[in-house]
Design a protein around this ligand. Sequence first.
Ligand code: AMP
Length: 253
Amino acid sequence: MKTVPTIAAARAELKARRTGTIGLVPTMGALHAGHLALFQAAREECDTVVASLFLNPAQFNNAADLAAYPRDEARDAALAEEAGVDILFAPAATELYPTGFATWIEPAGVAEGLEGAYRPGHFRGVATVCVKLFSIIQPDIAYFGRKDAQQVAVIKQVVRDLNLPLEICVVPTVRDSDGLALSSRNVRLSPEDRATALAIPQALATHDPDAARRVLTAAGIEPEYVAIADLDGPTLAVAATVGSTRLIDNVLL
Ligand code: AMP
């Protein structure tokens, strides 16, 4: 695996590989088995697998959340290499957002409501960084997790609306054996918080917003939203803060 910190180095590394298919897996690091499932899907389908490791400040609407986000680049690089990633694009924030950066992708439509309502500017940051990554890497296929269902719907909308020449591949949510969806933020849950958080997958298993709300309330969780929406398919989605950690999860109905 080759780690490249600059756009120029990524482009140079990819130049000789353009005859084959290129798969891109965007990540913010703190890798877990959910990310590894995306790497594996890309490895099976593409000649070259590129992973990006970039904690995108533009998609954080909460400075404390960004500051507390787990980071371990050496561990992430080892996991990516083990998973068969060929190129790890790990730029500094100033590489993607140099002084004077002033052009943003503003997704509307499916980006409104749910995460869009509770995290103002979040999808603007997601859409902008993804379009930049698509422009830099020029993948044939980009891989996203179903865990972030609204993100998948937003990215598919952006790709369609801007006629971007790539395919979006969606990978099912990877869960712990007890049902909790894997997330980089799970390391911030205390053992008690983690036990409480299990009410989230249990609520989703009801496939019903009212029943889901009751399951969450019984566990002492006050959700931000429990909603059915068309997020790349009919979806029951939940967001809730457990302890001080905000979690999202969803199930395809
Ligand atoms: P992140 O590093 O959190 O931005 O996530 C990078 C990619 O991994 C996104 O496409 C996520 O949807 C995906 N992802 C995160 N957690 C999971 C999971 N538990 N199962 C499947 N994909 C996931």
